[in-house]
Design a protein around this ligand. Sequence first.
Ligand code: ZN
Length: 242
Amino acid sequence: MSTPHRAERIDLAAAFRWFARLDMHESVANHLSLAVDDTSFLINPRGRHFARISASDLLLLNSRDGSTLERPDAPDPTAWYLHARLHEKLPEARCVMHLHPKYATALACLKDPTLYPIDMNTMRFFGRVVVDADFSGMALSDAEGDRVAGLMAGGATVLLMANHGVLVIGPTVARAFDEFYYFERAAQTLLTCYSTGKELSIVSDEIAALTERQWREYGQLSIDHFDNLKAILDAEDPSYQH
Ligand SMILES: [Zn+2]
């Protein structure tokens, strides 16, 4: 098959299939995108369940094409406004993932949504999370996309969107997927601790910062993680590659 960007399509399709297996997606909403050059990016088609998305289904859009939403196969408008502006404004964010997973979304709905450093997974995100406290309805304008891109400009990898969900950026599908996976695990641990009603044991900023740096030296982990997930799909349901 000679489809352009074949490897990128396969990686992104694998991420859709795995988020569905992990039940981190919601209905036929939520979106993942991957830049393939300075202006073009792949994204899921509107209204398609993550569990049914294959490599050839992904839309290839131009972030500067103002007529995109008039196409017969136009993407979801909220996906367009967020992802097109993020790819345009943050070229380092090759992969942009937006989901409403159970625990991270619950965290985003707390008055204090701080991901306190209480275990290695929560410490991984020390200094990497920006909280967008200004939920103002669905993202349906370029201005909203630009505002979100501005919040991510300081080097954060996670945008915790109050009263809404989470957005993660990364240099590759594997890195962004792994970041999202661990963020959801971290939120699950924190909320499980809250559910006990007992006091949290929060480590010092120094220990949290050290552990966050140590995580960065484990970059291969995210690659191994994603390679294993693709190998499982290859064995059980290789249709994502179609
Ligand atoms: Zn959303």
